[in-house]
Design a protein around this ligand. Structure first.
Ligand code: TYM
Length: 332
């Protein structure tokens, strides 16, 4: 049996990744490096679909690379690269735009959410065409598995549809990928608004646990997380969204099952439980933050590592793009 391909991407749109990124996706990126041929991409072109400050984009791209390495992505085991350094992404992206229907693109919930926040008139065209570039990111590498959080499910479905449509019309070129989406932890919620997902664009900084935040700041955020009426530490997403979110976070980082956490904190109240969640999160993130800060001291080394990854990625990407061009009748 041939070894499976994995591809995923993350936007460099903030100074730090958050716990939702890590538990929903990046933790699986690290695990899937073993036993798979993995490609991981910092999707800087996607970041341009919203207003960006050039100096910040550069800084955040390097900070993303440092965090990915600190979290355990190994450039020896997987191909870690920057999207804008591999021009085949834009080239296949155009082909995907030529294949996708206006109607199906209009149904993407992320586009609807984001464009309604900024107002449809001021939303960029790229916000609308974004899922077709994302499909290209995935299909260029013939990925079998795409580890992402729940919010990306619809984009993966669109990618499968576009791959199938291309293959049927023009001949077999693309692997139809599957999402690799966990049952638990695929949606980590905001600590202040536990019914909405933890997000970079979230209004409440206090509800987002950032990998690069100080241990003290993160402990404080957890201790002031919104909880629910009552005292019982029990997993019940409907009645107790705040406590359920904290149970998911604790369990994913400590490896302790939710049932055993419920038993451990039976009769103890929320204060003790939050103290334990804070300890687990802070101790887990402490060495990761320290390592990322250390890596950021040598920008040149990070840039070289990314160049090497992008060169490797280009080799695979150009084979797929050529196949697609040929199938479409473009003269090579
Ligand atoms: P992005 O950059 O917003 O997020 C990166 C990853 O983190 C996951 N995620 C979460 N998971 C659980 N709970 C949360 N609160 C949470 N917030 C974010 C996301 O699902 C994602 O897996 N469109 C993508 C980037 C992308 C991509 C790709 C992904 C571009 N091309 C190709 C996979 C394959 C995005 O905006 O993710």
């Amino acid at each position: 049996m041939s070894i499976k391909r994995v591809l995923s991407g993350i936007q460099p749109t903030s100074d730090s990744f958050h716990l939702g990124n890590y538990l929903g996706a990046l933790k699986q990126w690290v695990e899937l490096q073993d036993g798979h041929d993995a490609f991981y991409c910092i999707v800087d072109l996607h970041a341009l679909s919203a207003e960006t400050e050039p100096a910040l984009l550069r800084k955040r791209t390097l900070a993303s690379a440092a965090q990915l390495l600190a979290l355990g992505i190994s450039p020896e085991k997987s191909t870690l690269f920057v999207q804008s350094q591999v021009p085949q992404h834009n080239q296949l992206g155009w082909l995907m735009e030529c294949l996708a229907g206006f109607g199906e693109a209009s149904r993407m919930t992320q586009f609807k959410d984001k464009s309604s926040k900024s107002g449809a008139d001021s939303a960029r065209v790229a916000l609308f065409t974004y899922p077709m570039l994302q499909a290209a990111d995935i299909l260029l590498y013939q990925a079998d598995l795409v580890p992402v959080g729940e919010d990306q499910r619809q984009h993966i479905e669109l990618t499968r549809d576009l791959a199938g449509r291309f293959n049927t019309r023009y001949g077999q070129v693309f692997t139809e990928p599957s999402g690799y989406i966990l049952k638990t932890a695929a949606k980590i919620n905001d600590l202040q608004e536990p019914t909405s997902k933890m997000s970079k664009s979230s209004g409440s900084v206090a509800g987002v646990i950032e990998i690069m935040d100080t241990p003290e700041a993160n402990a404080k955020k957890i201790k002031s997380a919104t909880t629910d009426a009552g005292r019982e530490v029990r997993f019940d997403e409907k009645e107790k969204p705040g406590i359920s979110n904290l149970l998911t976070i604790h369990s994913a980082l400590s490896g302790q099952s939710i049932a055993s956490l419920e038993a451990e904190f039976a009769g103890k109240g929320y204060g003790d439980f939050k103290g334990s969640v804070a300890d687990v999160v802070v101790e887990y993130l402490r060495p990761i933050r320290a390592r990322a800060l250390e890596l950021l001291e040598n920008e040149e080394q990070l840039i070289q590592m990314l160049h090497a990854g992008s060169e490797k990625a280009k080799k695979t990407a150009s084979v797929t793009l050529n196949m697609a061009y040929k199938s479409l009748g473009l003269v090579l």
